[in-house]
Design a protein around this ligand. Sequence first.
Ligand SMILES: [Zn+2]
Length: 315
Amino acid sequence: RLLASHAGGSLPHALLLAGLPGTGGERFALALARYLLCADPVQGMNCGECKACRLTATGAHGDFLALEPTGKGQVIQVGQVREAIAFGAQTPGLGRCKVLLIAPAERMNAAAANALLKTLEEPPANTYLLLVTGAESRLPATVRSRCQVLRFPLPAADDCLPWLAEGSDPETARQALALAAGRPLRAAQLLREGEVETAMKQRAAVEALLEGRAAAPAVDAALAELPLETFLELLARGLQDALRALAADALRGPRGRALLTGLDEVQGALRAVAAGANPQPELARATLLGGLEARLGERAADAKLRSVFSPVTRV
Ligand SMILES: [Zn+2]
């Protein structure tokens, strides 16, 4: 459908390709960039042979610019966006158009996102802006509203299991897909790196914490290998799964409220990290896990018991 609108001259110049990481948005963006730059595309694909295709294969095409997070905070900075705006003002060097890829777009800090707004609103002639995000909700609404959004849904498990099971047994492939929350590329990565068993243990540790069966330091140790952001994502998913497992009327009960508060905290931390906050990781992990344990663990149950019985003992 996109390619038909391109042939008709109406491909939107600012596209936001949104989907969970590992559902193929970035691959699609790269393929689209190569197609747009190709001198002689064949049936909706780049030819793979022209000069433009040879250059895009190595990322060295002068009409193609990719913005990626840099530095310790892994943020896309305003200076990079200014560079991209200057790139947009040039005339294409080789071919018909220029392509700017921003991935992951939610990594732009506030100044960078603001600097991009005008370009998104009025993209320079012959320039395509492709923004890729695995976390659409973390992008400012001002950016989202200026792009045509193309969402990548999760493929059905039955469609990707045969592909994943090539080279590993079907049961491990199934586990990998479940661990990756249905995202086939992430599942393939787990399988390739032989990380399925480790990931199962990490998920079990989070489950045990949220069910009050494990203490925060033990869970911290089980998750010690994970980078902070992956750690936060794992916690967020555990909390979401636990909330989904609750009956609707239990959502307002003490466990439901504790899970929701925990999820708010973890998502707040994820947003802060995406915006470039760089907290001391050990402290951030211990604080979050300690908070979850206090709300959901045995100590929380004891406190509840005490509060239930305290009026009686006072009488
Ligand atoms: Zn080509």
